[in-house]
Write a protein that binds this ligand. Structure first.
Ligand SMILES: [Zn+2]
Length: 227
């Protein structure tokens, strides 16, 4: 019974098995000295038994020796402790990797809910708008809308606009500029566009005029609502 207990995890829990081995071991470690190691199977066999790599049928013939040779029993106990330790480390490593996956998923979820720290960009599409003349916005057109949270403007210029430097401005309806910036327009996929930094956080919401021009030309104006 004890023999199987040391090898067969099915019949005994690891705890039972350890209890039996401990009880046996207290005597076994001392009472069967074998200084010449007569008839010892060698460490490879002990290791294969301790690591449960050897079929029980094959291990059977060594069991009498193991329970009657203190040096072998001691070696076997040490190997088995090492096996348990390694197995525990594997279990812990698996548990740790599960925690890491859960942690990363939680972290991703947290940031998804919170929203990524992206720079808010407003797209102002002037491509299909009629080209206004002078400082007045075309009264028949829907105003552009921009959030005051934006930090960057991406302006699609009216179709046919040339590349090169442009000045951009947001002015009150009275005509004073609350934002003045500039950028270089470039043609990409048939559209001419300008990107420019724009900090509108200190500008109050309301009705404004968005203006764009080539340097030293007349402003083209579009009604704009800052939200
Ligand atoms: Zn031995």
């Amino acid at each position: 019974m004890q023999r199987e207990a040391s090898l067969n995890g099915k019949g005994y829990s690891d705890r039972d098995e350890r209890r039996i081995l401990d009880a046996l071991g207290r005597g076994l470690l001392k009472e069967f000295p074998n200084p010449d190691r007569a008839g010892c199977p060698g460490s490879d066999v002990l290791k294969r038994i301790a690591f449960r790599e050897m079929p029980l049928a094959e291990a059977e013939k060594w069991l009498d020796h193991l329970t009657s040779c203190s040096p072998c029993y001691r070696d076997f106990s040490e190997l088995q402790a090492g096996y348990r330790h390694r197995r525990m480390q594997t279990v812990l490593a698996i548990a740790a990797s599960i925690l890491i996956v859960v942690g990363v998923a939680g972290w991703a979820l947290f940031f998804k809910q919170k929203g990524p720290p992206v720079v808010q960009t407003a797209v102002l599409d002037l491509r299909n708008r009629s080209v206004p003349r002078g400082g007045e916005a075309n009264p028949g057109e829907q105003p552009l809308e921009v959030s005051r949270q934006v930090k960057r403007l991406n302006v699609y210029l009216p179709l046919g606009s040339s590349e090169g430097p442009y000045e951009l401005r947001i002015a009150s309806t009275g005509g004073s500029a609350v934002l003045a910036t500039s950028g270089v327009a470039s043609l990409k996929d048939g559209a001419t566009s300008i990107q420019a930094d724009a900090d509108l956080s200190s500008v109050s919401s309301g009705q404004y005029v968005f203006q764009v021009r080539r340097p030293n030309s007349e402003w083209n104006s579009y009604a704009l609502i800052l939200r």
